[in-house]
Design a protein around this ligand. Structure first.
Ligand SMILES: Nc1ncnc2c1ncn2[C@@H]1O[C@H](COP(=O)(O)OP(=O)(O)OP(=O)(O)O)[C@@H](O)[C@H]1O
Length: 246
């Protein structure tokens, strides 16, 4: 049986603005709803406000105005602690600990059993390396340890800041398969990237530019509105069209 909270949107953002006092706001008038159990891509050029928006959703960034709700509760509410996983751009992994020790440590912080660490390591395909020291891992393996740490608590919303940056095409494809499997199991994922090509792996896209949400749409809708099969060209066309419409 599903409860009302399980059916609630993964996130609801209304009228969100973040101002620092100087210059234009970092985020301005952002409104969107994240469907549960879907992969949402957060795309936009460097400095668009992607990290700030993600930090707001996980409740670690103060907002100037508007509301940010996650599973019906104010972002950062104590009751959401186990429900939201966040992987930052810089992997938070201890170099001198093994893969297993790292993930067990994060699991223990949340009061989770050893089995949850093993499951999370398995989910990112690192079981054969579980006793390897993190300092001896490749870049891609290292980022997957960070992902496993976030997965150990089986979060209902997983917020990933540029998880595929610096990875080779094979590893990138492998990670997107893992994200799809998580969404299939009901996890909601918000994944940022500035590589438009990755947008094709997402069900919905949030297109951010200069702190404003240009559009929330599917990859196919972006191709249609941007009049190109190439998502990068389509995004550029969308920007041009909006500049002309101003
Ligand atoms: N605490 C802060 N004070 C002032 N400006 C800030 C602060 N934090 C971020 N900014 C600015 O807000 C803008 C958005 O930053 P943010 O890191 O959210 O962008 P991003 O889209 O994640 O960029 P990238 O893809 O390069 O990581 C940038 O211009 C940044 O310099």
């Amino acid at each position: 049986m599903t409860t009302a909270s399980q059916q609630a949107p993964a996130a609801e953002v209304a009228g969100l603005a973040i101002r620092t006092g100087k210059g234009s706001p970092i985020l301005d008038g952002i409104d969107f709803v994240l469907a549960p159990g879907a992969i949402t891509g957060l795309l936009g050029p460097s400095g668009a406000g992607k990290t700030t928006l993600m930090r707001t959703l996980v409740g670690v960034h103060k907002i100037s105005s508007g509301t940010v709700k996650v599973f019906g509760l104010a972002a950062g509410a104590p009751a959401l602690r186990g429900a939201v996983g966040y992987v930052t751009q810089a992997p938070s992994v201890y170099q001198d600990l093994s893969v297993l020790e790292n993930v067990r440590y994060f699991a223990a912080l949340q009061g989770l059993p050893r089995a949850s660490a093993l499951e999370a390591i398995d989910a990112v395909g690192l079981s054969p390396l579980s006793h390897r020291r993190a300092s001896g891992l490749s870049g891609g393996e290292f980022s997957r340890v960070s992902l496993a740490c976030a997965l150990a608590g089986k979060p209902r919303l997983l917020v990933l800041d540029e998880p595929t940056v610096g990875l080779d095409p094979v590893l990138r494809a492998e990670l997107w398969q893992r994200f799809a499997a998580l969404a299939q199991e009901g996890t909601s994922l918000l994944i940022s990237s500035h590589v438009m090509e990755e947008a094709s792996h997402c069900q919905t896209l949030l297109l951010l530019r200069q702190g404003k949400l240009l559009a929330q749409l599917t990859p196919q809708q972006l191709r249609e509105r941007g009049r190109s099969e190439d998502l990068e060209l389509a995004f550029l066309q969308l920007i041009r069209d909006q500049e002309v419409a101003k």
